[in-house]
Write a protein of this length. Structure first.
Length: 116
């Protein structure tokens, strides 16, 4: 069982930056593939970024490539999402995801609002 707690969301102007954090409980964080997803009002939840257990491989949605960076610190049981050059269309609730084998865990989400 993994519990995930996101933080770092807020209100920012277009062009600004935010860094989201996701703190995980448990001693097996380094086994998990970690990801960020987001859900805008009236929309389906969508993939944003993913990082493998040792941090050596990442992938991104086309819409955030070159602007967002996912990273992790296994010693701190934390995954990050650095978001630069934010756009109003990035406004959403951002969710942290942990995946291992067929198991998926989700955080409660953190709101990101980008004003134009």
């Amino acid at each position: 069982q993994v519990q995930l707690v996101e933080s770092g969301g807020g209100l920012v102007q277009a062009g600004g930056s935010l860094r989201l954090s996701c703190a995980a409980s448990g001693r097996t964080f380094s086994y998990y593939d970690m990801g960020w997803y987001r859900q805008a009002p009236g929309e389906e939840r969508e993939f944003v970024a993913r990082i493998n257990p040792n941090g050596g491989r990442t992938n991104y949605a086309d819409s955030v490539k070159g602007r967002f960076t996912i990273s992790r610190d296994n010693a701190k049981n934390t995954v990050y999402l650095q978001m630069n050059s934010l756009k109003p269309e990035d406004t959403a609730i951002y969710y942290c995801n942990a995946r291992w084998m067929s198991l998926d865990y989700w955080g409660q989400g953190t709101q990101v609002t980008v004003s134009s």
